[in-house]
Design a protein around this ligand. Structure first.
Ligand SMILES: [Zn+2]
Length: 228
């Protein structure tokens, strides 16, 4: 848990810039949801949390849905960008290939990929219909994950590892995750993942889960809720 933000996979990364014409729409759509996530405390950087490492990241599939496993090309925020107030094209990179078995990624962009890249790739491999993945950190949702009946990965499985990929697949097959679109990462403090056929669908699933957690907390606190 203390290794938040540390890249645990091997990568072949080409530092060539992303084409602004090709990626403007995808980057700005992701940036808009990342902005909302930052306002709601789901993405950011705080000296008091996770030893000061940034938390939360967003991605969008930009390749054909028909591409095979490990080849569903996606755009993702770069490593250590979660605390950035401003985000630009150069803060994103493209994952061209990912292989959880070899724990390897091929990517390009001005910045290296997020440490959560392998988890994002695993979610794109669940279904060709998944187009956006949002990874948030939220203490209230994570703490109340059982009461919220959120599918949760095994706590013994660390983020960004091949084992996490198998865990995500297991949940998808067995827990109704295809419909609920949100799960908690049991071994990753405060970690939540939402996904959808669009940024709006993933974002909505995430924010509705956050609202459900606050409502539950309100009841637990004797009908009242304080702003943090
Ligand atoms: Zn995380």
């Amino acid at each position: 848990m203390l290794s938040e933000g540390v890249i645990k996979f091997r990568y072949d990364h080409d530092e060539r810039a992303l084409d602004s014409r090709a990626f403007a729409d995808a980057v700005c759509e992701l940036a808009s949801w990342r902005e909302i996530m930052a306002h709601t405390g789901l993405v950011g950087q705080d000296p008091q949390r996770y030893d000061g490492a940034g938390y939360g990241n967003v991605s969008m599939r930009v390749g054909a849905p028909s591409a095979g496993f490990g080849r569903r090309r996606f755009l993702i925020t770069g490593t250590q960008t979660s605390g950035n107030r401003c985000i630009t094209l150069d803060d994103f990179c493209v994952i061209e290939q990912y292989d959880p078995r070899r724990n390897w990624v091929r990517s390009y962009g001005r910045i290296k990929p997020s440490s959560e890249t392998m988890t994002h790739g695993a979610i794109y491999d669940l279904s060709a219909s998944v187009r956006v993945v949002l990874h948030a950190h939220t203490p209230v949702v994570w703490r109340l994950r059982r009461q919220l009946r959120l599918p949760t990965t095994d706590a013994a499985v660390a983020y960004g590892t091949p084992e996490m990929v198998d865990e995500v697949k297991r949940l998808y097959r067995s827990s109704g995750l295809a419909e609920s679109r949100v799960f908690a990462m049991g071994g990753h403090e405060d970690g939540i993942v939402a996904f959808g056929r669009s940024a709006a669908e993933a974002g909505q699933a995430l924010l509705v889960t956050l609202a459900r957690a606050y409502a539950l907390e309100c009841k637990q606190q004797g009908i009242g809720l304080c702003r943090r």
